[in-house]
Structures are given as C-alpha cells and as structure tokens.
Write a protein that binds this ligand. Sequence first.
Ligand code: B16
Ligand code: MG
Length: 218
Amino acid sequence: MKKEIAFIFDLDGVIVDTAKYHYLAWKNLANSLGFDFTEKNNELLKGVSRVKSLEILLNIGNVQLSEEKKQTLLVQKNTEYLGYVNKMTSDEILPGVNELLNFLDTNNIKYALGSASKNAPLILEKVGLLNRFSAIVDGNDVSKAKPDPEVFLIGAKKLHIKPENCVVFEDAIAGIEAANRANMISVGIGEKEVLGEATFVFENMAVITTDFLKNLIN
Ligand code: B16
Ligand code: MG
C-alpha cells in the first residue's frame, strides 16, 4: 500500500528561475542609489523576503533611509520585477518540473507550493501551473520567514498530511533548514556543498529519477 505522502515545492529556484528578474530589479534600484549590486550579492537574497532583501541591499551600499523612503523603494522594485513576471510563459518552467508533477498526478499524490514570494500565485498563473497545486502558501500567508518552518507547516495543514510525511523541494539554505525544522524530508536543489543539511541533494530538478520518486512514495 502507498504511504500517505505529499510534496511541497519552493518556487524561485525550483519551479522557475525568477532570481534573474529579482536581480535586474534590485540592481537598478542599487544603481539609482549610487552603488553597484553584483550577481554574487544577489545570492544573499535567494529565499529571503522582499523587506529583508532591501535591508541586505542597503547594508551592502551602506545607505540609511527613512521607513517612508524604504516603502517607496519596495514598491518601485516590485513594479519593475512585475514587468518581467508579466512576460513569463510556460517556457520558463525549469527542466524536469513538468515530468515530476505528471508523475505525482499519475500517482494521485497531492502537492503544494511553499514560497516566500508574495507574487507566487501570479507567477504560477503566468507559467500555467496555478491550477495544478492543491494548496498555495506564499509570502502573504506567513508571519515568520524561512528558516522558520511556518510556511511548510501551513502547507502540510492545507494538504491534511502530517509534516513527517511531507517532502520539501528547496534551493535555499534557509528553506532546507525550515523543512528540517518542520520534521519533513528535505530535497535540496543545487550544490551539495551548500545544501549539505538536506536529506537528499540533486543538482537540478531534471536529474531526479522516477526510481527515486517511487522509493519515496512506496
Ligand atoms: P516577492 P522563493 C523568494 O522566492 C525569492 O527567492 C526571493 O529572492 C524573494 O525576495 C522572495 O521570494 C520574495 O519575493 O518580492 O515576489 O514577494 O524562493 O521563496 O519561492
Ligand atoms: Mg527558492
């Protein structure tokens, strides 16, 4: 008999690569404030909330601003970012994702999204995946950001599956920590050296085999 199991996916870095659009928008913002923002700097923002991202960016530029100005900049950054998101299509779904979701559908396994992004539903709609998820948990639903387990625990609740029977796919260290703290099986997508705390690590979604998935669910 099949185990009661559900999957929870992070969005940026797992389902799609929106980090490149975040980078363009943050870089422009930094440049408008008079300093540069490199791709290496951008790594620090992966999986981090929008507000925290701005704090990190301003620290890099050694810039202090009023709360009011910060709010204006957050809106400015998100407006530019949405310009890129609105042009997204299903072509931007990362390799291996469709195959994995098809496998889960075929095996009647439910899956949810667990993302820090407040734009997650729009992004999923743009790439044509919104209706496939049984539940969506995004940056609007959580009060505590990853590495707090809240986002994934809400996901498990929405799926009516015990946390220990959930498998989380994540590309950020904070996300792996969140999944581990939620007592879930964590699958890191990226470099083993970086995501060493994960239960399993794969370089990308395309190299995950059907045998691996079958072992998880049986
Ligand atoms: P938004 P994830 C995260 O998505 C991104 O990795 C991170 O760079 C971004 O700051 C965060 O979402 C918030 O995004 O500005 O759209 O609310 O990896 O948790 O899916
Ligand atoms: Mg991510």
